[in-house]
Design a protein around this ligand. Structure first.
Ligand code: PLP
Length: 390
């Protein structure tokens, strides 16, 4: 049976070149990277440090600003928790649209560590209300002077909305707040230059850019690294910040995947925009009054890899039926997909008309490098069959 995978924002297939380099390393390099007394250990240490240099180069960071983690969830947890413990942050400003690895951590910090958390208001289509952000930054800066951390994702994983990064950078500078951004959906998909951007912390995950699962990294601005103490203690790996024998095979896979993605970003973005605009126009033909969620139908204001719309019927078997027809898509809240009753927190937060939530289903289509126009045609045919059977 023909199968089409259009859930690339949840995870991507691993590139063959990545599998090849990982297998080679698995076969030939087993030494413990901390056992630098002998050549076995030095060989794997060198693989890790070369990978770190390559990764840093791709995003124009310094190698010692890259700390490997088990992925985006750990990286986001680490940044938020250590900003409280090491940087003495007492006030976190975030949004209701963040990934659960940020939201659940922030809830925990507020409940168990008395950290004040404030949610920035949303404007139309889920854009962050920057006037509100400035208002709360200003109020705290002049009145209570608590140390602040702004945590806002650079691009949303469900609706694709881009954050207006330049404006957030200047607000954080103006009011002396640290800035953390969950960059999991943009690293490997959009060009990033850490020297030109003013992130204090950013996070990445290899399985979002055709690398392996279980490996990612956090970017920590050089001037802050010395202030960060470990949350996982032990053998002092990763500059003493994150102990544990390194995932050498994951690290080399991440490095290869990021390199392959970054050396072809212009063509990649062009192709993703083409697939997205084709999909938008084909969807409009079969659902003339289709409602797109967030800014996802904008080619400039949202990730070209993500399109989110309301399927005009409440049909809990939608994804199951599409899967039987060979189409893999989801509603985008993969962490909650075991519990159908839990509608995406992102869609709930941005949908003013609650009737839509009761009568329609959010659908996320996410494109990747292995997709072609014919995959969109296949998806549209499957939707046509579903709609015809309504
Ligand atoms: N942040 C965003 C925006 C994501 O899309 C994801 C993955 O779904 C994560 C964080 C978590 O990354 P990981 O799967 O590597 O833990």
């Amino acid at each position: 049976m023909k199968k089409v995978y259009l859930d690339n924002a949840a995870t991507t297939p691993v590139r063959n070149e990545v599998i090849k380099v990982m297998l080679k390393t698995l076969k030939n390099s087993f030494g413990n990277p901390s056992s630098t007394q002998h050549s076995y250990g030095r060989k794997t240490r060198s693989i890790i440090e070369k990978s770190r240099i390559h990764i840093a180069k791709e995003i124009n960071a310094e190698p010692d600003e890259i700390i490997f983690t088990s992925g985006g969830t750990e990286a986001n947890n680490f940044v938020l928790r250590s900003s409280i413990m090491n940087l003495k942050v007492q006030y976190i400003l975030t949004s209701p649209l963040e990934h659960d690895s940020v939201l659940q951590t922030v809830f925990d910090l507020s409940k168990n560590y008395q950290v004040l958390v404030e949610f920035v208001h949303l404007q139309d289509k889920g854009t962050i209300d920057l006037n509100h952000l400035e208002k709360i930054l200003k109020k705290n800066f002049y009145k209570s002077n608590k140390k602040m951390l702004v945590s806002l994702m650079s691009a949303n994983n469900e609706i694709g909305n881009f954050l207006e990064l330049d404006k957030v950078f200047s607000l954080c500078k103006k009011y002396n707040a640290y800035f953390h951004s969950d960059t999991v959906q943009i690293i490997g998909n959009v060009p990033i230059n850490m020297k030109q951007l003013s992130f204090d912390f950013a996070t990445a995950s290899a399985h979002k850019f055709y690398g392996p699962k279980g490996i990612g990294f956090m970017y920590i601005r050089k001037s802050l690294i010395k202030k960060i103490k470990p949350l996982i203690t032990g053998g002092n790996q990763e500059y003493g910040i994150r102990s544990g024998t390194e995932n050498v095979y994951g690290i080399i896979g991440l490095s290869k995947a990021l390199h392959l993605s970054c050396c072809n970003l212009t063509n990649h973005l062009k192709k993703m925009k083409y697939l997205k605009s084709y999909c938008i126009s084909e969807l409009k033909k079969i659902i003339p009054d289709v409602i797109f969620n967030g800014l996802s139908d904008s080619l400039e204001k949202s990730l070209p890899t993500i399109l989110n719309f309301f399927y005009p019927k409440k049909d809990h078997l939608l994804y199951f039926h599409l899967d039987l027809m060979g189409v893999a898509i989801s509603d985008g809240s993969s962490c909650k997909s075991n519990n159908n009753k839990n509608l995406s927190h992102v869609i709930q937060s941005i949908t003013k008309n609650k009737h839509l939530l009761e009568t329609m289903m959010p659908v996320r289509i996410s494109f990747g490098i292995f997709n072609e126009k014919k995959d969109i045609d296949f998806l549209i045919e499957a939707f046509k069959k579903k709609i015809g059977n309504r």
